[in-house]
Design a protein around this ligand. Structure first.
Ligand SMILES: [Zn+2]
Length: 105
């Protein structure tokens, strides 16, 4: 249903602040990707299937643009995207507290 591909070059050169990215049917990860991030990416695989792949990207990008215009801050926009919230709530136990701290900053 999906394939995990280790690709350090991608993260060392282009996606320096990330450890993984999911582009169905592939989960690209850094070789030192922590297990909880892999769980996060597996949530994105389920979301992408639920929204027929392109629907996921359409909604994801629209939400990012909307929240970026609202907050003028990449990380606030990123963490507010509904798909990211669901994935972080599943994979990161302190997400809610960290999110609230970020949004108050
Ligand atoms: Zn994510």
């Amino acid at each position: 249903m999906y394939k995990i591909i280790k690709w350090d070059f991608l993260f060392n050169v282009f996606l320096k602040k990330y450890a993984a990215i999911t582009l169905w049917p592939f989960i690209f990860i850094k070789s030192d990707c922590p297990p909880h991030i892999l769980i996060h990416e597996k949530v994105h695989i389920k979301q992408q299937l639920a929204f027929w792949i392109l629907g996921f990207y359409f909604i994801y990008i629209l939400q990012y643009i909307f929240f970026y215009i609202k907050y003028r801050n990449h990380w606030k926009a990123y963490y507010t995207i509904g798909f990211e919230q669901e994935a972080y709530l599943v994979s990161h136990k302190n997400f809610r507290e960290n999110y609230m701290k970020l949004m108050r900053s």
